[in-house]
Design a protein around this ligand. Structure first.
Ligand SMILES: *Cc1c(COP(=O)(O)O)cnc(C)c1O
Length: 701
C-alpha cells in the first residue's frame, strides 16, 4: 500500500491531473495503435487495493435499496423469507406474500405475465381519501361537505369499479364518466338517487337524451358542459322533454399546474368554457328564471399535479368564479376540483421539491379545503359542497404486474487467466495491456485514462474491421477485452466509493449492465413508460434475503427496440439499470426469477396496445384473510387473451388459416415431403396454438 492516503474529496479531475498521452497518427495500417503507457504516478491519490468487506445483507436492506418506503406508502415491504409482501390495510395486521400468491396461481394453471390485484388496497385508498377530506374539513372548520367521485377512465374494469363503489358506500362516493361507452356502463351502477354521477367529455344528442332520462328517473346525473353549443343542445332537449335542465360547467381557468400532464388546464386547454362565456350562461339562466339549473362548477388541471401551490391557485380562481356567480343570484351547490392527486412513483422524500410528487394525500385535501374556505369567507358566500375526481391516487397502488425474467445476458469478457495469443493483433495487444493497467492504476485520474484509451482502441478495432484490416476473430476478442477493462475499472471505482466520481466512470455501471429479457410487452402493460417516460417501481418479488449483485436493463419480447425499460425509480435522479440477482445463480438455479412492476393500477390496464399482437395479461384478485393459514385468498383468476382472440381483432379467423395450412400439407404430402400421419400431427400442433397465451410459455424450458 502507498504511504499517504488521500482524503476522498481530493481525487483528481481529469483536466487537472492526467495529461493524455500523445495521440497516434490517424489510422492507416496494421501499426501499433497506441504508444506504450507511461508509468503510473504512484504518488497520485489512490483508490484502495481491496474492496471493503461486504456488510451482511438483510431483507430490510432491500426495502431501502428499492425505495419501497417512499413509493409504497407503507403498503409494501419484504418478509423474512425475502418475499415482497403487501399490507393492504394499515388497520389490520395481515400481510399478503406476493411470491406465494404467484406460485399458487401459476400452479393452478395461470400464465404469466399477470396482474395481481390487491383488492383491499382499493378499499383502503377510497377510505383514506374520504378521511383526508373529512379531517381537513374538521380542522379548517369548513362549512360545507365533501363527496368524491371515481373517474372510471382510470380503470374501467368491472371488478375495480365494483370494489370502489362498495368501499365508497359509507361516504356516498360517486362515479364520473367521459365517453358514450363509459356512460352506458356507469348509469346502471349508481347506488341510489343520491349518488352523484358526472358526465365529462363531449356529448352527442343521444348521450344528452339518456342523461335527461336518468334525471327524470330521479338519478343525480349531471352532464358537465364543455362548450356552449353543447349547453344549447342540452337546454333545447330538456325543454322538448318538458323537464328542468340540470348541469355542471367546466370552466377554463388561467391557472396551470406544471407537470407532464398539464394540457388539461390553462386558457389554451382543449376543455372548458371561457370566463366570458360563463358570464353569458349565467345571465341567460337568470333571465329565463333558471337560477338553479347550474348545479356544479368544475375544473381539472391535469393528472399527477406536481405542485400543490399551483393547485391552490386554480382552486382560488374557481372559487372566485363560484362566489361571483352566487352573488349574481345563481344557486350552485357543488364545486368540483377535478383529479390530479399525484402518486409518488419517483420515491421522492416529502418536501424534496424536485418537480415530482412530494406531497401527501392529506396536504392535497388541506390545500383544497382551506383555499375554498378562505375565498368564500373573503367573499362572504356560503361554502359549496366540495367534489373531487381522483382516479390515479385511488387505483395506482392496488395492482402489480408480475413478469418472468427469461434470460440474463452479460457484456462479454475474457476469463481471469486469459493469455494473449502470441500472434495477437497490435490493437488487441493494446487492449490486453490496458487490462493489466486497470489492475494497477492507482488514482481515479489514471482509471479514467485507462477507460479513454480502451475506448479509443476499441474504436480503432472497429474501424480496422470495417475497412477489412481485422478479422472477425480478433475483432470479437477486442470487444471482450474492452468490456473486461471496463469491468475492472468499474470494480475499482466501486470499491473505492469516492465522494465524487467523474461522470464517465459513473456511466460505466450503466454501460456494463446486463440485459434481462422479460416475458411481457411494454406497449401492452406499461404504455406510459413508453409514451411519457414515466418510471414505475420494479422489484424482484423473491430472493430479497440475498444481496442483488448485478444491474440490468429490462427488455421485453416485442420486436421493437423501444420495448425496454431502461429508466428506474430513484429519488436521486436518472437511473438506467436495476439491481437484480444472478438469475441462474446459486439462489435461483432451476427456479423462475420474477419481477414485480408496481403502481400499475391507474391507466396502464386500459391504455395497453396490441403491438406485435401481444394481448391482455392474466389476472389474479387477492384478498386479505387472517383466517386462512396463508393470510389471504385468491378470489378469482382470469386468463390472458388467447392467440385466437387477438387474431380476430385484426380479422384473421381459425377456419381460414387452417384451410391454408391444410392445403399446404396436402401438397407436401403429395410431393412426398411428409407422410399423411405427420401432416395430421403438424395440423394439430398448429391448431393448438389458437388457444395459447400470446406470451411465451416459460415452462417449455
Ligand atoms: C382523467 C380525469 C380525472 C382523473 O384524474 P387523476 O389525476 O387520475 O385523478 C378527473 N377528472 C377528469 C375530468 C379527467 O379527465
Amino acid at each position: 500500500m502507498h504511504s499517504h492516503r488521500p482524503t476522498r474529496a481530493s481525487f483528481p479531475t481529469r483536466a487537472g491531473r492526467c495529461p493524455r498521452p500523445n495521440r497516434p497518427a490517424p489510422l492507416a495500417s496494421e501499426r501499433p495503435v497506441t504508444p506504450p503507457r507511461p508509468p503510473l504516478q504512484i504518488d497520485a491519490p489512490t483508490v484502495s487495493e481491496t474492496a471493503p468487506p461486504e456488510a451482511a445483507w438483510a431483507p430490510a436492506d432491500a426495502v431501502g435499496l428499492y425505495h419501497m418506503g417512499a413509493w409504497g406508502e407503507g403498503y409494501f415491504g419484504v418478509n423474512d423469507a425475502g418475499h415482497v409482501v403487501c399490507r393492504p390495510d394499515p388497520r389490520r395486521e395481515g400481510e399478503i406474500d406476493l411470491a406465494a400468491v404467484v406460485d399458487e396461481v401459476v400452479a393452478g394453471g395461470l400464465r404469466l405475465p399477470a396482474v395481481v390485484r390487491f383488492q383491499d388496497l382499493l378499499d383502503t385508498r377510497v377510505r383514506q381519501l374520504n378521511e383526508a377530506f373529512q379531517a381537513a374539513i374538521a380542522e379548517a372548520g369548513y362549512g360545507g361537505a365533501y363527496t368524491g367521485v371515481y373517474p372510471v377512465k382510470v380503470n374501467q374494469l368491472r371488478e375495480v369499479v365494483d370494489e370502489i363503489v362498495e368501499a365508497g358506500r359509507p361516504y356516498g362516493f360517486g362515479l364520473e364518466c367521459g365517453s358514450k361507452t363509459e356512460l352506458v356502463a356507469t348509469l346502471p351502477r349508481l347506488e341510489s338517487d343520491d349518488t352523484l354521477c358526472l358526465v365529462n367529455g363531449y356529448k352527442d344528442a343521444a348521450m344528452l337524451g339518456l342523461i335527461l332520462t336518468f334525471q327524470r328517473l330521479g338519478r343525480r346525473v349531471l352532464p358537465i358542459v364543455e362548450k356552449t353549443a353543447e349547453l344549447d343542445q342540452f337546454l333545447a332537449l330538456a325543454e322538448a322533454a318538458g323537464q328542468p335542465a340540470r348541469f355542471g360547467l367546466r370552466v377554463k381557468l388561467s391557472a396551470v399546474a406544471p407537470g407532464p400532464w398539464t394540457k388539461s388546464g390553462g386558457t389554451l386547454s382543449k376543455f372548458g368554457v371561457s370566463l366570458p362565456e360563463v358570464v353569458d350562461v349565467a345571465d341567460r339562466l337568470l333571465a329565463t328564471g333558471r337560477a338553479d339549473a347550474l348545479r356544479l362548477l368544475h375544473f381539472h388541471v391535469g393528472s399527477q399535479i406536481g405542485d400543490v401551490g399551483a393547485l391552490k391557485t386554480a382552486v382560488r380562481e374557481i372559487t372566485r368564479v363560484y362566489a361571483h356567480l352566487t352573488k349574481r343570484g345563481l344557486e350552485i351547490p357543488y364545486l368540483d376540483v377535478g383529479g390530479g392527486l399525484g402518486v409518488n412513483y419517483e420515491a421522492l422524500p416529502l418536501g424534496a421539491g424536485r418537480g415530482g410528487v412530494d406531497y401527501s394525500m392529506q396536504e392535497y385535501a388541506n390545500a383544497i379545503v382551506y383555499a375554498v374556505g378562505e375565498v368564500c369567507e373573503a367573499e362572504g358566500v356560503a361554502p359549496p359542497h366540495l367534489v373531487s375526481e381522483n382516479g390515479r391516487a385511488v387505483t395506482a397502488h392496488h395492482s402489480v404486474l408480475v413478469v418472468d425474467a427469461l434470460e440474463q445476458t452479460e457484456k462479454p469478457g475474457v476469463a481471469d487467466d486469459f493469455a494473449l495469443p502470441a500472434d495477437a493483433h497490435p490493437v488487441v495487444r493494446d487492449l490486453d495491456a490496458l487490462r493489466a493497467s486497470a489492475g494497477g492504476a492507482v488514482g481515479l485520474g489514471e482509471l479514467l485514462e485507462v477507460v479513454h484509451d480502451a475506448t479509443e482502441a476499441r474504436e480503432k478495432a472497429e474501424a480496422l474491421f470495417q475497412y477489412g484490416y481485422l478479422d472477425i476473430g480478433p475483432m470479437a476478442l477486442a470487444e471482450r477485452l474492452y468490456w473486461t477493462v471496463c469491468r475492472a475499472v468499474h470494480a475499482r471505482v466501486e470499491a473505492a466509493d469516492p465522494d465524487w466520481t467523474p461522470p464517465e466512470l459513473e456511466a460505466l455501471g450503466d454501460a456494463l449492465a446486463d440485459q434481462v429479457l422479460c416475458d411481457f410487452s411494454v406497449f401492452q402493460s406499461l404504455m406510459d413508460h413508453w409514451a411519457l417516460g414515466q418510471r414505475f417501481p420494479i422489484v424482484p418479488i423473491a430472493r430479497l434475503d440475498e444481496r442483488p449483485t448485478r444491474r440490468a436493463r429490462l427488455v421485453d419480447i416485442t420486436c421493437d427496440s423501444d420495448g425496454e425499460v431502461a429508466r428506474f425509480v430513484s429519488p436521486e435522479g436518472d437511473k438506467h439499470a436495476l439491481e437484480v440477482h444472478d438469475i441462474g445463480g446459486e439462489g435461483g438455479a432451476g427456479r423462475p426469477y420474477r419481477l414485480g412492476v408496481f403502481l400499475v393500477g391507474a391507466y396502464q390496464d386500459i391504455l395497453g396496445d396490441a403491438h406485435n399482437l401481444f394481448g391482455g395479461v392474466a389476472e389474479a384478485h387477492v384478498y386479505l384473510d387472517e383466517t386462512e393459514p396463508s393470510g389471504y385468498y385468491v378470489e378469482e383468476t382470469l386468463p390472458g387473451t388467447t392467440v385466437e382472440q387477438m387474431l380476430a381483432r385484426v380479422q384473421y379467423f381459425p377456419s381460414e388459416l387452417q384451410t391454408r395450412v391444410q392445403a399446404l400439407l396436402r401438397e407436401k404430402t403429395k410431393g412426398g415431403v411428409v407422410r399423411p400421419k405427420q401432416a395430421q400431427a403438424i395440423l394439430a400442433d398448429y391448431r393448438a396454438l389458437f388457444d395459447a397465451s400470446t406470451y411465451l410459455d416459460a415452462s417449455d424450458g
